[in-house]
Design a protein around this ligand. Structure first.
Ligand SMILES: C[S@@+](CC[C@H](N)C(=O)[O-])C[C@H]1O[C@@H](n2cnc3c(N)ncnc32)[C@H](O)[C@@H]1O
Length: 261
């Protein structure tokens, strides 16, 4: 269980999702009046950005009850509903959405092919399906540096390095979309800046147990945790802990259309 504390997730990664969300929405080409499905809606960043910037109706779905509860609180009064459920067995009618989106979710679903096929099923003919994943092995600087530091100190952590995520490199999402029978597939890089007031502002959220990185830190003894903190500081060339840090985070995004008939 790596997604259970909504406030901690928000401080660790949710705030960057919020920054990435408008880029995915623009790339997906969400239109006024669309009924949109937000698969793996988490704490609600994508759904809230959609309803803040467009006249749309949104349904979010996620298996984490804590995240759904947090999203419902944030979304009070908006045209959005959040359901607890699984992307691999969507509890929705065929062709009941114009657009289906998945922001930073595909790698966390046990069977991404099944999820893509479910997204296709619930999206109308000629509808749009889009997703984004972090470029864990390279352009997502914070997580790449974190795992490089972890593996340098503890080679046994190599299999946990998020660069081994099945979808984190150019063309991998496009291949999944093509295998799912989607058409007019296009892929792009989406890049956001991440700023931190200090190295400690970057490091502290890793101590809250969220996501694979947080789970790894939680498994370490205090000494090894401290060694990892120092190694990550070196990886990021962060001199004094109280100097501001600015790094980029790159995601790969894909869009495709369901067949017209
Ligand atoms: C990295 S978070 C992204 C959440 C949100 N989309 C965002 O951008 O902030 C991954 C999310 O995938 C969800 N997830 C995990 N397994 C899932 C599944 N089988 N179906 C749908 N969502 C799933 C997790 O609960 C978590 O909320």
């Amino acid at each position: 269980m790596t997604f259970f504390d909504a406030a901690a997730y928000e401080r660790f990664m949710g705030r960057w999702s919020r920054r990435l969300a408008p880029l995915l929405i623009d790339f997906a080409g969400v239109r006024e009046g669309d009924r949109v499905l937000d698969v793996g809606s988490g704490t609600g960043s994508l759904a809230l950005e959609l309803t803040a910037t467009r006249r749309v109706e949104v349904v979010g779905i996620d298996p984490s009850a804590a995240f759904i509860e947090h999203a419902r609180t944030r979304a009070a009064g908006r045209p959005v509903r959040f359901d607890i459920g699984d992307a691999q067995a969507l509890p929705y009618e065929d062709a009941s959405f114009d657009t289906s989106l998945a922001l930073l979710v595909i790698n966390h679903i046990p069977d991404p092919r099944k999820a893509a096929s479910e997204m296709r099923r619930v999206t109308r003919r000629g509808g749009r399906i889009a997703a984004a994943v972090w470029d864990y092995g390279e352009g997502m600087t914070m997580l790449r540096a974190f795992w490089d530091a972890a593996v340098a100190l503890d080679p046994a952590a190599e299999p946990r390095h998020e660069r081994h995520m099945p979808y984190c490199r150019r063309n991998q999402l496009s291949t999944l979309w093509a295998e799912s029978g989607l058409q007019e597939i296009e892929e792009t890089a989406l890049v956001i800046p991440m700023e931190f007031a200090s190295f400690d502002a970057l490091w502290a959220p890793f101590l809250k147990g969220q996501g694979p990185g947080g789970a790894y830190v939680a498994s370490l003894t205090p000494d090894r945790r401290q060694a990892l903190r120092e190694r990550l500081r070196q990886e990021l060339s962060a001199g004094d802990s109280d100097q501001p840090i600015r790094i980029d985070a790159r995601a790969w995004a894909v869009r495709g259309n369901t067949p017209q008939r």
